[in-house]
Design a protein around this ligand. Structure first.
Ligand SMILES: *[C@@H]1O[C@H](CO)[C@@H](O)[C@H](O)[C@H]1NC(C)=O
Length: 229
């Protein structure tokens, strides 16, 4: 059984026995029968989902990249503008919104919401499903060394920048550590990975850009249509 911390997500709402999440060793999982009973959680029954809390509404992420770029020549912003955030191989990438034009066959579109991180200062954090089936949740974080945006379990995310995540005043775009410091880096031709531009210099001083193209991106939240059942 992969599901350790039992978090039920049903139709855009969530039952979060936070105590159970905190007690789980690592993975935050979603029980597969999403409308079913909560199990485990140390005998604690799940709290009623607070459907009015907009932080738990599920959303996808779309890159909006219309700002100037570091390298001269034709603007590569167009290459990534409008692409969606997908999860694959432990990292966040940009890929075509239309499945027919995707370059990654293994990409899972980001589908997540805000959730309190269970340790430390308990910052507002971010989770996403990592596959359709099972609909397991992982934490989204920025790698403290490489500044890549990644996903992983609690152990993996703990010593990296896992929050606070938030939204902008209009609730439309993502913020990490109180600002929109996201960039896409062309890791290899046509492959754009997402990074946290911690020094606000398009990954220059850290040496991560290393001559490759870097585009500033706003990560726009697109609320998922509520599922009816
Ligand atoms: C958490 O993720 C790490 C890799 O990042 C892995 O080695 C470890 O087994 C995972 N723990 C659990 C409980 O799945």
């Amino acid at each position: 059984m992969e599901v350790l911390g039992i978090v039920g997500v049903a139709a855009g709402s969530i039952s979060i026995p936070l105590a159970a999440v905190a007690a789980s060793t690592a993975v935050v999982g979603i029980s597969q029968g999403v409308n079913g009973q909560q199990q485990g959680g140390g005998g604690k029954s799940a709290a009623e989902p607070d459907k009015s809390d907009p932080r738990i509404a599920k959303f996808n992420l779309v890159a909006e990249c219309i700002t100037p770029v570091s390298s001269p020549g034709p603007s590569p912003s167009k290459l990534v503008h409008g692409k969606i955030v997908v999860l694959r191989k432990g990292k966040l990438y940009l890929d075509a919104a239309d499945p027919e034009y995707r370059i990654f066959s293994d990409g899972h579109p980001f589908s997540g919401f805000y959730l309190e991180y269970p340790v430390g200062q308990k910052p507002l954090a971010l989770v996403s499903t990592i596959s359709r089936d099972p609909p397991e949740l992982n934490w989204i974080y920025a790698d403290d060394d490489t500044l890549e945006l990644k996903y992983g379990n609690k152990t993996a995310s703990m010593n990296h920048i896992h929050g606070p995540w938030d939204w902008t005043a209009d609730q439309r775009a993502m913020m990490l550590e109180d600002w929109e410091g996201f960039v896409a880096l062309e890791e290899s031709p046509g492959v754009w990975g997402l990074y946290y531009d911690q020094d606000d210099d398009l990954l220059e001083s850290s040496g991560i850009a290393d001559g490759r193209r870097v585009v500033e991106c706003s990560l726009q939240r697109r609320l998922e249509a509520p599922k009816r059942s």
